[in-house]
Design a protein around this ligand. Structure first.
Ligand SMILES: Nc1ncnc2c1ncn2[C@@H]1O[C@H](COP(=O)(O)OP(=O)(O)OP(=O)(O)O)[C@@H](O)[C@H]1O
Ligand SMILES: [Mg+2]
Length: 344
């Protein structure tokens, strides 16, 4: 029976990661749920649901319960969180888990409350809703308690969070709805407009990871991609190059860089000096995009460092956040099930 089962959850638009104290990352799956439209029952969650995408009968629909980082479907979000809590700590526990869950910076109080409620209904005891850049900074190993400015740029699937953090809090931040998904959309649109081939979201994602780039200096490479020819309406295969990827993706990358520059321009001078000395820290899956780090570095003149494990940073940071909070008095969230052996 688990006694200390506090967990940190990165409730991402693309994937959900769960960090458990003393165990590390215990779950990492896509934030996708498939629902039977006739019965409204959930069919599958996470990896199992992703595998079903595009291959299900028409009554089974895929839901991404978090759109652009916020709850778009409360009930499905709650069930998804329950699935991840159960997966992380099982159901045989003595005390309801304290959960730190992340939201993008600058979400509204109502949006924060929706995440908190969904997490509570999903079986959590105490819930700490923390802003994603704070967790990303902690996960990247930055000591956020010091009076020293750090600039974190977390490029996720739905949002890019940019924040200057000092003394444990956010001094200035922005959250733009331009991130990994937008690169996929840009690729999809480019291939449709310039090559007359319609490709799916998964194919665009694959292209991005394999030959995607936002740098002109990336060595030439090409790969084959299949879709539907808009003229013949039949399946077709074409060869796509890094040069085309650059053309397709550049504008989205520029929009992200503009947002970073906007935050830098509004950063108080003392903290700017710290950032210039320490550099910008990149986290999130989008920071793995070829050329993005160099692009931000070239345009801002500030050195960029990609965190060691950028995809796991937020979940690890959420878990570490609970360690800071450990001293606070706990509510007695005992599970009736654990005491008497039946459900509450
Ligand atoms: N090697 C890679 N190259 C380019 N992009 C990548 C790579 N690996 C992951 N990504 C992208 O990173 C994004 C997911 O990142 P991450 O897991 O940090 O997002 P998230 O936390 O779920 O989203 P958000 O923070 O916006 O809610 C996806 O768009 C994915 O395509
Ligand atoms: Mg994220």
């Amino acid at each position: 029976m688990l006694l200390n089962n506090d967990i940190g959850i990165d409730l991402g638009t693309s994937s959900v990661l769960v960090y458990c104290k003393n165990k590390g990352i215990v779950a990492q799956e896509p934030s996708v749920v498939t629902v039977d439209e006739n019965t409204k029952e959930i069919v599958a969650i996470g990896e199992q649901a992703r595998k079903m995408l595009g291959k299900t009968p028409t009554n089974i629909v895929a839901v991404r319960p978090l759109r652009e980082g916020v709850v778009s479907n409360f009930e499905v979000t709650e069930k998804m969180i329950r699935y991840f809590i159960d997966k992380a700590i099982g159901t045989d526990w003595f005390k309801k888990p304290t959960v730190a869950v992340c939201v993008p910076s600058r979400v509204t109080d109502t949006e924060k409350m929706a995440v908190e409620q969904a997490t509570k209904y999903a079986g959590a005891g105490r819930v700490h809703v923390i802003e994603e850049p704070v967790a990303a900074a902690l996960g990247a190993g930055i000591d956020i308690t010091k009076p020293c400015g750090s600039l974190v740029v977390d490029i996720g699937g739905g949002t890019t969070d940019i924040a200057v953090i000092s003394l444990g809090g956010i001094v200035i931040s922005t959250s733009v709805k331009i991130a990994g998904d937008n690169f996929n959309d840009a690729i999809l649109t480019y291939i449709s407009m310039e090559r007359d081939i319609l490709i799916g979201e998964g194919t665009a994602e694959n292209l991005k990871v394999v030959i995607g780039t936002v740098s002109e200096k990336t060595p030439y490479a090409e790969t084959k991609v299949s879709g539907i020819n808009k003229n013949t309406k039949l399946p077709d295969t074409i060869t796509v190059s890094t040069e085309e990827m650059y053309k397709a993706m550049k504008k989205t990358a520029d929009d992200i860089v503009e947002a970073v520059i906007g935050v830098l321009e509004n950063t108080p001078p003392e903290l700017s000096a710290d950032i210039l000395e320490r550099g910008i820290v990149l986290t999130g899956g989008g920071s793995l995009l070829e050329g993005i780090s160099d692009l931000i570095e070239d345009r801002t003149g500030v050195k960029c460092v990609t965190a060691d494990d950028p995809v796991k940073c937020v979940a690890i940071g959420a878990g570490k956040y609970l360690e800071y909070k450990e001293d606070e008095p706990q509510q007695p969230n005992f599970s009736i099930k654990s005491l008497f052996g039946f459900w509450e």
